[in-house]
Design a protein around this ligand. Structure first.
Ligand code: NAP
Length: 300
């Protein structure tokens, strides 16, 4: 068997087009332009790239983008003051503080200072609690994008066995909650899980978020299972020339594609969905803030 490729790049373009259509309606019918504020502290090169591309895509869908770049030695009080100002700004519907923060700043404190209604990353403890109790919340972008692709591929997920590899707060745990809310039977595996291969072999759905290049081989995959590869790992690629690197996921694509029923590639799978879902969350937050109906299909 050769698995169907789940094209995250095309899917993300579709989500962004839906977002852009809603933005147009919000502007034309209600005179409201959704706004997303991104706060970057320091000069981490990867974070700078992410923030730039978030800003660019925010503008492309017709929303206002506000970037706040702060020095690496910004004090916690000053950062909290910036967040507070954004919390109180009616033109800002979504706030994202780019992680990781410099070591002297308490990420939990900063994230929990964001107004939960504007917490488009879905990391505030209120949103974590709402998601965990099956209530309306802001849903973390990477798991939300993964869920959208699973729903699109399967229709109903009810009763399927799902194994989530990884238990981080930003991917593994919220992914497991979302799948549980879809009535999957969910197992969360991690570095202490025994007989991991056997656990994964029982899964109709495998979501891999471990941060270990190509860790899951094809012979762990149940024939016909759907594999969502969240991992983004850069490895050496001498075959492409001296000093060259390439991106790979947490599953060994070449062997898994022979066994799975459907699989997301890396790059071009979950990655593009993450920013698309950030934009979707900003529109959702904007509609909720203004007492308007939420766009359908853009949240969990
Ligand atoms: P993380 O915080 O480092 O968590 C990794 C998880 O994997 C932990 O729960 C860890 O278990 C588990 N793990 C590590 N080694 C394992 C092993 N040998 N067997 C089983 N479980 C193992 O990582 P993360 O932030 O969730 O990110 C995971 C991956 O997704 C990374 O590659 C990251 O780059 C990628 N990512 C992609 C996107 C995107 O937009 N596509 C967004 C976020 C993250 P313990 O808890 O026991 O240590």
């Amino acid at each position: 068997m050769t698995a169907t490729l789940i094209d995250g790049k095309a899917f993300a373009a579709k989500v962004r087009a839906q977002v852009a259509a809603h933005v147009t309606t919000l502007k034309d019918k209600h005179g409201i332009t959704p706004g997303l504020a991104v706060v970057l502290v320091g000069e981490d090169p990867a974070s700078q790239v992410y923030v730039r591309s978030k800003g660019k895509m925010t503008v492309e869908v017709g929303m206002n983008s506000y970037e706040h770049k702060l020095d690496a030695d910004t004090s916690e009080a000053d950062l909290l003051a910036v967040v507070e100002k954004l919390n109180n700004d009616p033109d800002v519907h979504g706030i994202l503080v780019q992680l990781p923060l410099p070591k002297h700043l308490d990420s939990d404190l900063v994230i929990n200072s964001i107004d939960p209604a504007k917490d488009v990353d879905g990391f505030h403890i209120s949103n974590v609690g709402l998601l965990g109790t099956g209530q309306k919340s802001m849903v973390p972008c990477t798991p939300l994008g993964s869920l959208m692709m699973l729903r699109d591929h399967h229709g109903s997920l009810s009763g399927l066995n799902a194994v989530v590899l990884g238990r981080s707060n930003i991917v593994g745990k919220p992914m497991a909650q979302l799948l549980l809310n879809e009535s999957c039977t969910v197992t969360i595996a991690h570095s202490r899980t025994r007989d991991l291969a056997d656990v994964v072999r029982r899964a109709d759905i495998v979501v891999a978020a471990v941060g270990r290049p190509q860790m899951v081989p094809g012979d762990w995959i149940k024939p016909g299972a759907t594999v969502i590869d969240v991992g983004i790992n850069r490895i050496d690629a001498p075959e492409n020339g001296p000093g060259k690197t390439r991106l790979v996921g947490d599953v060994d694509f070449d062997s898994c594609v022979e066994v799975a029923g459907a699989i997301t590639p890396v790059p071009g799978g979950v990655g593009p969905m993450t920013i698309a879902c950030l934009l979707a969350n900003t529109v959702t937050a904007c509609c909720r803030a203004n007492g308007l109906d939420e766009p359908e299909g853009l949240t969990a």
